[in-house]
Every structure is written in C-alpha cells, then in structure tokens.
Design a protein around this ligand. Structure first.
Ligand code: ZN
Length: 119
C-alpha cells in the first residue's frame, strides 16, 4: 500500500528529528501532498492513526495535509499550465513536449511540539 509506505517514512523521519532535538511529544505533523502524486489524504490519515501508536513520540500527533497544485512546463513555448485541467498536452501550443514541475511531491512541511508542563 502506497500510503502506508509514506506513513512509515514520515513517522521515521519525524521521530528522528524529535530524537535529535530532544523532543518528547509531537502534537501535529503537516504534510504537503502534490495534486497528482496519487496519494489519498484520507487513507494517509487512517494509516497514520493506526501506525503512530508504534512511536512513543507520535502517539498524540495528528496528521494534517495540504494539497500542492500540479504545474506542467512546456518545452516548446516555455509556458506553465495547470496539469489537472490540461494533462500532458500544452493548452498554449498543443505540444506534447511537457514535463511536470510540481504536483508529485510528498513533503513534511511542519511539526508542532506539545507544550511540556511540569505540574
Ligand atoms: Zn506550449
């Protein structure tokens, strides 16, 4: 499963960051997911809610995500256009010499850390 692989990767990366920075608990993880990455945000959160129990630092961490819109570049006319709307064919010149600039990524955008209270 695609989403589980991503969740595993994110959980490992985040717990490593937490380790290096002496963080006890993460409150929230925000990801940026490309529009055409094929990642389903809802599945990702389901996987996360199941998987986070394996990491002490993540047990209270909720997963959020933002969608990054996909942009394609045309080599023929040098213009950029929306991938989802037009696909692989440039709407300006009709060329197929295009490639994806953004929209296929999955990145960790930010982490929120739980406030530690010593009461
Ligand atoms: Zn073009």
């Amino acid at each position: 499963m695609h989403e589980l692989g991503i969740v595993t990767y994110v959980a490992k990366s985040v717990s490593k960051i937490a380790d290096e920075n002496d963080i006890q608990k993460i409150a929230e993880v925000t990801l940026q997911i490309g529009e055409v990455s094929g990642i389903v945000g809802e599945y990702l959160i389901d996987c996360w809610n199941y998987f986070r129990k394996n990491y002490t630092v993540l047990t209270d961490a909720t997963l959020q995500y933002e969608t990054l819109s996909a942009v394609t570049y045309c080599e023929e006319c040098g213009k950029e256009y929306e991938t989802v709307q037009y696909g692989r064919i440039c709407p300006n010149c009709g060329s197929e010499k295009t490639y994806l600039l953004t929209g296929n990524e999955c990145m960790i955008k930010e982490l929120k850390i739980c406030e530690v209270s010593f009461t």
